[in-house]
Design a protein around this ligand. Structure first.
Ligand code: NAD
Length: 432
């Protein structure tokens, strides 16, 4: 079977790699961004995940920016284009609608259309009506939301925790066939209607957002009452009804998915006049959390003006290259607005380069040592391994001041004596 993946971002590349690795189908990757395609074809594309790069090198799927060539002969299309936020929080479906129109224009056979982009509830039904009016072909539209996380996209895609599949019996049977290897290895396929599958994606992301915001809110309460949020999180996470994932406090959730999906979900709820109070609260807490941590710094240092602050962690989480909607951008901007000098560092060169473009007023350091040198204080914003290995000796020898603010609680109690260590939701230690 010839299968075309439309949109080769994080999701499209992971889908293409996993289906190509099976070797059972003729795989085609299509993206309208000619620059991205040229980089993919020349081997100069920056892959976050070596496993995906290896599959591309060994299986060589056809990659093209030629719409007709990509779409004409295929019997299945996977749509993995971006669905960013509009100013009012609604999903911008321009790229999705363009992809659908291109499929209707070029498809020469009856085909399956698998929606992997995150789209508002009801989008598949509208896609079915659109395709019926726009083409003579029969299309079976399948809603198959993507649950992969950046940083583990290959393993999440290759062996997903579950396959959520909305569509007709014919559509669900097609996915059962395509993902036979994963299902045989124990991945459950949960079949349902298109709209249930679409809702399941928003419900899952809102739940993760609520878990993060809950632990962040608890961290503030713990701090006020002299409790230790890490102990509280351990106790919570050990309950199998709760589970330990997403119970690590920080300055909040950023990235290309959680904030925009939450905003879209809330806008859908508003439109349906069925407000979602818990997700709404998660969004509010997430806005407040970076301000809370910044105030902590401001109070400890007696103001931020003219302070040189080493900002550690620019990607939206540790271990990845992506700065899209990273809270570090807003955090560094707030430092600058308070007339601090923000010297920013991330182990990822791509994250540093993108941050430099996004926030030209910040100084971007090329090494961790350069970032720390002469700083009055350092602040850890992501859980990157590079920061968890920081030693007191290094900090004392490089920095001018003696303050380490750690929003991710990377260090066990008592790790620092000669500097003031200020974690989140637990007692500070050491002294400046
Ligand atoms: P991305 O923005 O990284 O990539 C999208 C790609 O689609 C780009 O390369 C773009 O050039 C291409 N594109 C746009 N319009 C096109 C068109 N009409 N024809 C062909 N190509 C087109 O997006 P992403 O991060 O891979 O996310 C894709 C979708 O999956 C989004 O809806 C997102 O919410 C969802 N999702 C993302 C993740 C994630 O971790 N990134 C996880 C789960 C779900």
């Amino acid at each position: 079977m010839r299968i075309t993946i439309v949109g080769l971002g994080t999701v499209g590349l992971a889908n293409l790699a996993v289906l190509a690795a099976d070797g059972a189908h003729e795989m085609v990757g299509y993206d309208k961004d000619a620059g991205r395609l040229a980089a993919l074809m020349s081997g100069s594309y920056h892959f976050d995940e070596p496993a995906i790069k290896d599959i591309f090198a060994s299986h060589k799927p056809l990659l093209t920016a030629d719409e007709g060539l990509a779409l004409r002969e295929s019997e299945a299309f996977f749509i993995a284009v971006g669905t960013p936020s509009l100013a009012d929080g609604r999903s911008d479906l321009t790229a999705f609608e363009e992809a659908l129109a291109a499929i209707a224009r070029h498809a020469s056979k009856d085909a399956f259309v698998v929606i992997r982009s995150t789209v508002p509830v009801g989008t598949a039904e509208r896609a079915i009506s659109f395709l019926r009016g726009a083409s003579e072909r029969h299309f079976s539209v399948i809603s198959m939301p993507e649950f992969l996380a950046e940083g583990s996209s290959w393993s999440d895609e290759n062996m997903p925790a579950r396959l959520v599949v909305g569509g007709s019996e014919e559509g669900i049977a097609f996915i059962r066939m395509l993902y036979g290897r994963q299902i045989a290895a124990g991945t459950p396929l949960i079949g349902m209607s298109n709209s249930s599958a679409e809702l399941a994606k928003y419900a899952a992301n809102a739940f993760l957002a609520m878990k993060i915001s809950y632990i962040n809110e608890l961290a503030r309460f713990a701090e006020r009452k002299g409790a230790d949020i890490e102990d509280v999180a351990l106790a919570l996470g050990a309950d199998p009804r709760i589970g330990p994932a997403m119970l690590r406090p920080g300055i909040g959730f950023g990235g290309s998915c959680l904030p925009k999906d939450l905003a879209s979900f809330l806008s859908q709820a508003r439109d349906a006049r069925e407000p979602l109070l818990l997700p709404q609260a998660a969004q509010r807490i997430n806005k407040e959390q970076p301000r809370f941590f910044l105030r902590k710094m401001e109070n400890s240092l007696g103001g931020l003006a003219n302070r040189r602050i080493a900002v550690l962690g620019l990607a939206y989480k540790g271990g990845i290259d992506d700065i899209r909607d990273s809270l570090s951008l807003g955090f560094a901007s707030s430092l600058l607005r308070r007339k601090a000098e923000a010297v920013c560092y991330d182990p990822s060169p791509l994250a540093r380069a993108d941050f430099r473009k996004a926030l030209p007023k910040a100084i971007i350091a090329d090494t961790l040592n350069e970032c720390l040198a002469g700083a009055d204080a350092a602040v850890i914003l992501t859980d990157d391994h590079a920061f968890a290995n920081l030693s007191e000796e290094k900090l004392v020898s490089l920095m001018k001041g003696r303050w380490l603010f750690d929003s991710r609680n990377l260090f066990p109690k008592g790790s620092f004596v000669r500097i003031a260590y200020v974690p989140l939701g637990r007692a500070p230690s050491g002294k400046p």
